[in-house]
Design a protein around this ligand. Structure first.
Ligand code: ASP
Length: 322
C-alpha cells in the first residue's frame, strides 16, 4: 500500500517522505550505549529512550556494548546499516578518542549523523568511604604524598573518567595507578567496596551514592559550584583551570535517510521537553542542552569544537592507546 501511494505521488510529482520513513519505526530501535549497564551514560540513555518512545510511536531498546573506553560500541554503530534501527548514545569520549587512539575504526565526524545533543553533565571527584580526609586540600595533599598507594578507577581509555583522571594527574604532576572498568557503574561498585580509591564520575552516577553517604565527595568538575552540591568546591579552586563537562549526543550511522533523521530529531526534542525527563535530569545534576544543540548542525558543531579543544591537551599529555 505504501509503495503504491509513493509511486502514485511520484507520478503526480508530489514530494513525499520515503516509504522507509512513512513506516518508521515498525520494529524496535536498538540504542547502543558503549558502557556498562547501570552507569551514568546508561541511566541517561534509558531515560531518553523511554521519553522518546511516545513521540516516536516506537520502542527504543538499550544495548550495552562495553569496552575500550566506549570505542567498541561506537565502532559497531559506525558499521551498522543507516536504516534508523541502530543508534548510538555517546558522550565526550567521541571527541577525545580520535586523538587518544592511534588506530580507531571509525571517524566521529564522518561516520555518523548526530540527531541532537541531549544533556551536559558535570563530574564529581569521589573516593572510597574509608578515606579519612575531610576536604579537597587534604585529599590532594594525601594523594601527592601517597601516589604509589592510590588506585584511580576509570571506564577505559577514551572514557570521561579517563579524561578527567588524565587532567587530574597532569595538574598534580603525579602518575597514579589506573584501574579500567567496562563503565563507571562497575567502577562505583569497586569504590563502594573499598577496592579502588578515587574516581571522577558524572553526577548521574554519583548523586545517589553521595547523598546516601556511601562514597565521599570532595569536588565538582564544573567551573562554579553545583546547585545540587552547594558544599562541594570546584576542582579549579585548587587546580586552576580544571573544568570538564560531559555532554551527550544521540547519533545515527551515516547514510540514514533524512526523513528518518527528522523523525528521530522530532522525538528527541519532544523527549527533552518531557517534564518527567527534565525532573529526572535535574535530580541527577544533568543540564538540558540548549535548543540549538538539539539539532544535527548544533550537535555536530559541538562535537567538532570539542575534538579541536581536546586534541592539543591530550597530545601534550602524551596519552595514547593503540
Ligand atoms: N562515566 C563513564 C565514563 O567515564 C561511562 C559510563 O559508565 O557511563 O565515561
Amino acid at each position: 500500500m505504501l509503495k503504491r501511494l509513493t509511486t502514485l505521488a511520484s507520478l503526480l510529482g508530489v514530494a513525499v517522505a520515503s516509504t522507509a520513513a512513512l513506516a518508521y519505526p515498525d520494529k524496535p530501535i536498538s540504542v547502543v550505549v558503549p558502557f556498562a549497564a547501570g552507569g551514568p551514560t546508561d541511566v541517561v540513555a534509558r531515560s531518553l529512550a523511554q521519553a522518546m518512545g511516545g513521540p516516536l510511536k516506537g520502542t527504543l531498546v538499550i544495548d550495552n556494548v562495553n569496552g575500550a573506553g566506549g570505542t567498541i560500541g561506537a565502532g559497531k554503530v559506525a558499521r551498522a546499516p543507516g536504516d534508523g534501527y541502530t543508534l548510538l548514545f555517546h558522550h565526550i569520549g567521541m571527541s577525545t578518542a580520535p586523538t587518544l587512539y592511534r588506530k580507531l575504526d571509525f571517524k566521529p565526524l564522518d561516520d555518523f549523523i548526530p540527531i541532537g545533543a541531549v544533556v551536559d553533565v558535570p563530574m564529581t571527584l569521589v573516593t572510597k568511604p574509608q578515606m579519612t580526609q575531610t576536604n579537597l586540600k587534604e585529599l590532594l595533599a594525601y594523594i601527592r604524598a601517597n601516589k604509589d598507594k592510590i588506585n584511580l578507577a576509570n571506564a577505559g581509555i577514551g572514557s570521561a573518567s579517563h579524561l578527567c583522571g588524565l587532567l587530574f594527574q597532569n595538574a598534580l604532576k603525579t602518575e597514579l595507578t589506573t584501574v579500567p572498568f567496562s563503565g563507571t557503574g562497575p567502577a562505583m561498585t569497586a569504590l563502594l567496596g573499598g577496592n579502588v580509591d578515587v574516581m571522577c564520575d558524572q553526577t548521574t552516577n554519583t548523586t545517589g551514592q553521595i547523598k546516601a553517604g556511601k562514597v565521599k565527595a570532595f569536588a565538582v568538575t564544573s567551573k562554579g559550584k553545583l546547585a545540587n552540591f552547594p558544599d562541594l568546591p570546584p576542582l579549579a579552586t585548587e587546580l586552576p583551570g580544571f573544568e570538564v563537562g560531559v555532554w551527550h549526543i544521540l547519533y545515527a550511522p551515516k547514510n540514514t535517510p533524512a526523513d528518518v533523521v527528522n523523525k528521530l530529531q522530532g522525538a528527541l526534542q519532544a523527549a527533552i521537553k518531557d517534564p518527567a525527563f527534565i525532573a529526572k535530569m535535574k535530580d541527577l545534576g544533568a543540564e538540558i542542552m540548549p535548543v540549538e544543540r538539539q539539532t544535527s548542525a548544533g550537535a555536530k558543531a559541538l562535537l567538532s569544537a570539542e575534538i579541536s579543544k581536546w586534541a592539543p591537551i591530550i597530545q601534550a599529555a602524551k596519552a595514547y592507546a593503540d
